[in-house]
Design a protein around this ligand. Sequence first.
Ligand code: PMT
Length: 395
Amino acid sequence: MKGKNIIIGITGGIAAYKAAERVRLFVKDGANVRVGMTENAIRFVAPLTFEALSGNRVIRDMFGSEGASMEHITWGQESDLVIIAPATANFIAKMAHGIADDFLSTMVLAATARMLVCPSMNSRMYENPAVKDNLRILEQRGMNVMEPGEGELACHTEGPGRLPEPEDIFEQTRILLSPQDFSGLRILVTAGPTVEPIDPVRYISNRSTGKMGYALARAARRRGALVTLVSGPTTLLPPYGVIFRGIRTAEEMRQTVFDNRQGCDIVIKAAAVSDYRPKESAHKKIKKGPASILLDLVKNPDILALLGDMKKKSPCILVGFAAETEDLLDNATEKLRAKNLDMVVANDVSRDDAGFGADTNIVKLIYEDGRVEESPLMTKDEVADLILDRIKTLL
Ligand code: PMT
């Protein structure tokens, strides 16, 4: 968001309080945020909150001293995106019918920037045909309307009408402002560890947190792909806008990957799959007994190798990861060949700033034709974009 100019319009609904967190998210990510409010919005949250968070003055009055330099015209023409959130039924109606009776509605009418409208209201109001028609008009005019969430509303009823969470509005904005160079492509990403049960309370797993795979899924979605994320257990929230399939064991991952692989243009396997699992998982907790016991392990299916075998029959770009603590290049190249990959992302997991759990990563990209490209140390989000850039050249 660095260098982006974002206008946030806040109208008079209880969800106005959520706008504070949203402004903070955008500012933290480097955007220049300016906030416009309606008089009704000010009844819910004070403009001072947004002035403090954005570092810019809030405008609400067309004729006050704040509006003197034609901001009702310039804001919507000089910004990258105008977000109206929460958008009340009343404000949506004004937008649909060209009513300009305060600063915000006038600014919206004069705006040439892209527009994201986030309705938020009682579910009966949201389902009212008048509101539905007005939203349809906005969409027909090329505005982006975000579906409200469902659940318990401030008016103690249940149903659609909740303002999407600040993180989801932020992510939808990232999508709108990103180049859609993966539009029309289907990508399957795996992430996280697998968990192989020993008994009802113990398991074999590994240190994967899912950060790398989730970054890939998020980046691909931002760039317009239809993304399915197959993930082992992590503490991360599924990225906004991706189809999420949670699994636990390697066998469940195999099944889910093959259920979702059909029609995919690209498969990226960032998951750390357990190579072995206990031959049998006890139904009851194994009691403490002798000084040592043996755990009988059997090999798990190598999902990536199975995908590699299928490539002739149903072609796709296949990208694997290799997590190594020694002979990084040789071991990773061996995996590329053995599993019939188009590219392998070699990860030196002996470093503290790369691999498992870290927010950063440094990788070697090894291609089928033997080329090797080294990345600098980058955030996992940046590594994800680099991997996607290179996959684009293979398509
Ligand atoms: O999740 P984070 O904390 O962000 O950490 C990221 C990561 C270190 C897990 C990730 O960057 C990474 O390197 N993932 C691959 C880890 C791994 O299991 O590597 P491997 O060398 O054991 O496996 C090679 C490839 O085969 C991998 O793409 C793996 O998904 C796949 N594989 C492995 C075994 C198996 N039974 N089935 C598989 O599909």
